[in-house]
Write a protein that binds this ligand. Structure first.
Ligand code: FAD
Length: 478
């Protein structure tokens, strides 16, 4: 087979490593790997490689290093910032981990699991549950994203408040380095204070320092009791005051605290037209308490809500009386994300500020959109317990796609300025990828840039690992 853009001896060598089935080089075969989940980004590649063993990953990387070919690691391709697809060129190879997808070990006694990087997050959660354990990383894309991608993006999700981000949940990594050598960073140890913690460098590096082939994670006791409530509050200020109260009254039992501006519910209806919010307040809160211990969670939640109602923080409250009803509450939250994608192009952000600054962030962002971009619809929702707000903006329905995208860039820039003005971050959990690289890089201090470049050069001197992602291209970038 001759493929435009890739010389046939190279193709032969690649097939020699992963077999003919492990190389996709035709447009139809590659299509699913070159389009992101939201449909916002499309990319190109010389070919998509699907190794089925760590040794094959090593051999591929060695070959690419010898030929000077760039490599883009890809997990479930659910990232929202164009990290796993090259939107600018077609000069690199995608290495998909989707065939490297086994659970290697579950050690419930030590609350630990080890899996191939291509293992789907939901598979890990299900396997943990069978051992009466919980792997708490939880996000809307958990049926498709893969644990290596979660590590590479330092994924967050709805349980960060209680359990932390991917970084806090990872015990060890196995990584194929840019020259093909394997670094085995598994130990199973919770405490290992012996110098540089190398795994932390690969977590959140978005595939720019090496290909993660295996991940060792912490498990927790599976919560035997979960209580979920959907609450109506008068304002975002009230929601944050409520959150503070919840942390004090419910101790560490709060496992999620999501806020949703009422205007967002319309989007969940695009996925399920029958969606109705259980309350009608301008700001809605989804709170979850969970515990594996013999705690009367219902009494804790009811006591907290009674106090919050008495002091006027909560208007309406609906407690889920079954797990099906709780699932329905969560479906509203998840439907927002899917509904936006269904609506088409929109400005999507992932801002973070100090929790106390959330009301100011939302107020300033709304005012900015209404005055500078009339006709655009601001939406605010997010993981309030982590100070993480997805402030998204829908273009007017009659605006042509091209025009919406170019004006959307101005909307995004304005929102970033507001977050940074509050001392916040332009990326709370989604990462930088290619779509936020410019803003990220230009916002760094010279010393931060120097350290980042030094790190990249040390791990990947030829600039072959995910070129163009996170860091600006260099002269050596292929
Ligand atoms: C509906 C929906 C809801 C979401 N909700 C959340 C949320 O709540 N919180 C959150 O944090 N994110 C969320 N995301 C974003 C996304 O799911 C996460 O960023 C996820 O961790 C990406 O995993 P993935 O396997 O799909 O990675 P990919 O998209 O394939 O890749 C992401 C990045 O990681 C790199 N990478 C992937 N695998 C490897 C590897 N094995 N070695 C080295 N680098 C690698 C890629 O090169 C790329 O830079 C959501 C996405 C969707 C579609």
């Amino acid at each position: 087979m001759t493929v435009p853009g890739i010389a046939s001896p190279v193709l032969d060598a690649l097939q020699g490593i992963v077999g003919t089935n492990g190389v996709l080089a035709d447009a139809a075969g590659m299509a699913g790997y070159l389009r992101d989940w939201s449909g916002d980004y499309r990319g190109a590649a010389l070919a998509v490689l699907r190794p089925s063993s760590v040794a094959e990953v090593q051999a591929l990387v060695r070959l690419c290093a010898s030929l000077g070919l760039g490599i883009i690691p890809q997990g479930g391709n659910t990232g929202l910032v164009a990290g796993a697809i090259d939107t600018k060129g077609a000069g690199a190879l995608i290495v998909s981990l989707d065939r490297l997808n086994a659970i290697r070990l579950i050690d419930a006694d030590n609350f630990m699991l080890r899996a191939d990087a291509g293992c789907v997050l939901q598979t890990i959660k299900d396997a943990s549950e069978k051992q009466d354990c919980l792997f708490p990383l939880a996000l809307g894309a958990q049926g498709s994203c893969r644990i290596g991608g979660n590590a590479a993006t330092n994924a967050g999700g709805v349980n960060v408040l209680r359990y932390g981000m991917a970084r806090d949940l990872i015990l060890g990594l196995e990584v194929v380095l840019a020259d093909g050598e394997l670094w085995n960073g598994f130990s199973g140890l919770r405490k290992n204070n012996t110098g540089y913690d190398l795994k932390q460098l690969f977590i959140g590096a978005e595939g720019t320092l090496g290909i993660i082939t295996g991940v060792e994670v912490k498990l927790f006791p599976k919560p035997a009791r979960v209580e979920t409530a959907y609450l109506g509050v008068a304002s975002f200020e009230a929601a944050i005051a409520l959150f503070r109260q919840a942390r004090r009254d419910c101790s560490d039992l709060v496992s999620a605290f999501e806020i949703i501006g009422a205007e967002c519910i319309e989007l969940a209806r695009l996925i399920d037209p029958g969606t109705t919010a259980p309350v009608t307040a301008p700001v809605q809160v989804l709170i979850e308490l969970s515990s594996s211990a013999l705690v009367d969670l219902n009494a804790v939640l009811v006591g907290f809500l009674a106090g919050a109602m008495e002091n006027g923080l909560v208007g309406d409250a609906v407690l889920a009386s079954s797990s099906a009803q709780a699932k329905g509450f969560w479906a509203i939250r998840e439907g927002l994300v899917e509904g936006q994608a269904r609506r088409g192009y929109h400005v999507r952000t992932d801002l973070s500020v100090k929790i106390s600054d959330i009301p100011a962030l939302i107020e300033r962002a709304r005012r900015f959109v209404v005055t500078d971009h009339p006709g655009w619809t601001p939406l605010a929702y997010g993981h309030a317990g982590d100070g993480n707000i997805h402030f998204n903006v829908l273009p007017p329905l009659d605006l042509a796609d091209g025009e919406a995208r170019s004006r959307g860039a101005d909307v995004t820039a304005g929102l970033y300025d507001i977050a940074v003005g509050l001392g916040g971050s332009i990326s709370a959990e989604h990462g930088i990828g290619r779509s936020r690289r410019q803003e990220f890089w230009s916002g760094l201090s010279p010393v931060h840039r120097r350290l980042a470049t030094t790190l990249k050069d040390a791990f990947d001197p030829k600039g072959l690992m995910n070129p163009g992602c996170l860091l600006p291209p260099t002269e050596t970038t292929p």
